[in-house]
Design a protein around this ligand. Structure first.
Ligand code: FE2
Length: 203
């Protein structure tokens, strides 16, 4: 009997046109339906018959991080995790200034919402090549970080709260080379602060 396929592509938390016009249905169709799907399928192929076949995604990421021999497994596992996380970081009519405990922590740890936006935008725009900009919690404090390619802050002991995908596939169909315009629109109109609150509560 063939082994069950360990990982499946989780459903998008909204319709493919829900984030339009900030992120078009065309971009989501390729980004979710092709890129994310391929990461999941490639991961399943790579771990078939290995020690990772029945591991959690987080355990695979932790075990393969920094191991050059296992880079293909790490990259596909981390990209599977990153994209599922990213979809949940976005919602229709999101963005703007958060309230509640997260809003207060942004004031105390990051110097306020305007500075948060400036730091996250800088992290996203200055990431050379492909990668991710993140709001994380580390040592009880909020921090903005960026990672390259598939790298995920989990492996540095940081708890991701929000992320923005800055691979070209995330914005090129809608914004071409204007990464800064994509990042600003996502921060202003799509960030899902409720999801970030949940992640902070679980940190
Ligand atoms: Fe992506």
């Amino acid at each position: 009997m063939p082994a069950p396929t360990p990982f499946s592509l989780p459903p998008l938390p909204y319709a493919e046109d829900a984030l339009s016009p900030v992120i078009s249905a065309n971009t989501l169709s390729f980004h979710y339906g092709k890129h994310h799907k391929t990461y999941v399928e490639t991961l399943n192929k790579l771990i078939k018959g290995t020690e990772y076949e029945s591991s959690s995604l987080e355990a695979i990421i932790a075990d393969t991080a920094g191991n050059a021999d296992k880079a293909p497994i790490f990259n596909n596992a981390a990209q599977t995790w990153n994209h599922t996380f990213y979809w949940n970081c976005l919602k229709k009519n999101g963005g703007g200034k958060p309230t509640g405990s997260l809003g207060q922590k942004i004031e105390s740890d990051l110097g306020g919402y305007d500075n948060f936006k400036k730091e996250l935008t800088t992290a996203c725009v200055s990431q050379f090549g492909s990668g991710w900009g993140w709001l994380v919690s580390t040592g009880g404090k909020l921090k903005i970080v960026k990672t390259a390619n598939a790298e995920v802050p989990l492996v540095n002991g940081q708890t991701p709260l929000l992320t923005v995908d800055v691979w070209e596939h995330a914005y090129y169909l809608d914004y071409q080379n204007r990464r800064a315009d994509y990042v600003e629109a996502v921060i202003d109109k799509l960030l899902n602060w409720g999801f970030a609150e949940q992640n902070l509560a679980n940190a």
